[in-house]
Each structure stands twice: as structure tokens, then as C-alpha cells.
Design a protein around this ligand. Structure first.
Ligand SMILES: [Zn+2]
Length: 220
């Protein structure tokens, strides 16, 4: 079946491919992390709960409606589907959502620190500020609620004491943002360890923000 976002076969393969990629990066250890993508206006394809994303097969994916009711698939959908659905509800431009536990970015999230210091010019341009959502128990409605104030203005968010979520115009876009969040966190960590970090200043940050606006205008 073909949707406006790609054929279902391709999207199932995409979840497998990017799940494996994130596993290889060490962002989805054990059975953690989850991915989803819109099939059409009424259906979302998502990874099931309790499975290693390194071993997942395309026929094990689950289809849910925008309220999270399961429409297809023999396994149960990820228990963290609520945060994906909140993003799809609030951001019609979000076609794919990825949640993972990249170790350095999660270290920042476990230390109560957003990635908001303008240390690295490309990160300011591509990600902007990566805010920190307050702690909420995984698998509950509180998790989606903790993200809601941040969803309209951001497409990469840290989850306190938990991990990170990114979303974008397709699975590749969400994947690249997740990779960039971890890379930026790594650079911030090294800059802090070196002890003499030099954040970019006002005019440089303004210019990068303007470049970001132009970049986003071209993407959409
Ligand atoms: Zn998680």
C-alpha cells in the first residue's frame, strides 16, 4: 500500500534500517528506544515494545491510529507511543519521530542540563537550542505532557533522567538530528572538561539564527 509519505513496505524497511543504525551507535541498548513514521493522516507505523532494534524485522512493526489504538501487528506497540502521538498531534510537519538514549546527551539530561550553550556554530544552525523537558515517568501520559510546551519550537528535546527525542520530515531527518544531538553533547562535554570554553557571542549567534531561519524555510 502506498501513502503520501512513501510505500508501507519502504517505511517498514526504514524503521528496520534506522533502528539498526541507532543500535550500532549505542543509542538503543537492550530493548530501549523506539521509532515511528506516519503512514497517512490516520495511521502511524511504530516499533513494538520489548524488542531489540538491532534484531527487529519489518513484519514485526505495529500500526496505530492517532489516539494510539492498535490497528495492525501481532506485537504490542511501544509503551512510549504517547510521546510520539503528542508530537504528531502538535506538529503536522513531523512525519517521523525517534526516541533513544544516546549516552552523552542522556548524561546531560541526567545532570539537569539542556544543550543550550552556543559553543558550536553548526549545531546552533541545524539544531538551535536543545531544551530539557522536566522528568516524567516513562510510559505514562505525564511524559507527553512534559514535552508539550517545547514541541512547537523545537525538533530535538532532552528528557530529564531519561534520553532524547527528535522528529522531522522523514526518518532520515529525525535520525540525523539524533546523531547531531549526541555529537553536540560530546563537544560540549569535551569543552567543559578542557575548562576554557568560549561560547559564541551575540552577533555571531544572531547571524547563525538568521541562517537557521533561511535553512528551515528551504526545508519546508
Ligand atoms: Zn526511553
Amino acid at each position: 500500500m502506498t501513502s503520501g509519505y512513501g510505500s508501507e513496505v519502504e517505511l517498514r524497511r526504514g524503521l528496520v534500517r534506522f533502528g539498526r543504525g541507532l543500535s550500532r551507535l549505542g543509542f538503543m541498548p537492550g530493548t530501549s528506544g523506539n521509532l515511528s513514521v506516519r503512514l497517512d493522516e490516520e495511521r502511524i507505523l511504530a516499533t513494538p515494545t520489548g524488542r531489540s532494534k538491532a534484531l527487529l524485522r519489518s513484519d514485526e512493526m505495529v500500526v496505530v491510529d492517532p489516539e494510539g489504538r492498535q490497528l495492525a501487528g501481532s506485537l504490542r506497540v511501544t509503551s512510549e507511543i504517547g510521546m510520539h502521538l503528542a508530537i504528531y498531534r502538535m506538529r503536522p510537519d513531523a512525519i517521523a519521530v525517534i526516541h533513544s538514549h544516546p549516552p552523552i546527551a542522556t548524561g546531560f539530561a541526567c545532570s539537569g542540563r539542556p544543550l543550550d550553550e552556543p559553543l558550536c556554530s553548526e549545531a546552533v544552525m541545524t539544531l538551535g537550542v536543545v531544551p530539557l523537558a522536566p522528568y516524567a515517568t516513562t510510559g505514562t501520559d505525564d511524559l507527553a505532557a512534559s514535552l508539550e510546551p517545547l514541541i512547537p519550537e523545537h525538533s530535538a528535546i532532552l528528557l530529564a533522567n531519561h534520553g532524547a527525542v527528535t522528529f522531522g520530515g522523514d526518518l532520515l531527518d529525525a535520525y540525523l538530528k539524533m546523531e547531531t544531538v549526541e555529537h553536540f553533547a560530546h563537544i560540549c562535554l569535551v569543552a567543559h572538561q578542557l575548562g576554557s570554553r568560549r561560547p559564541l557571542e551575540g552577533r555571531a549567534v544572531d547571524q547563525l539564527r538568521e541562517a537557521r531561519e533561511r535553512y528551515l524555510a528551504n526545508v519546508h
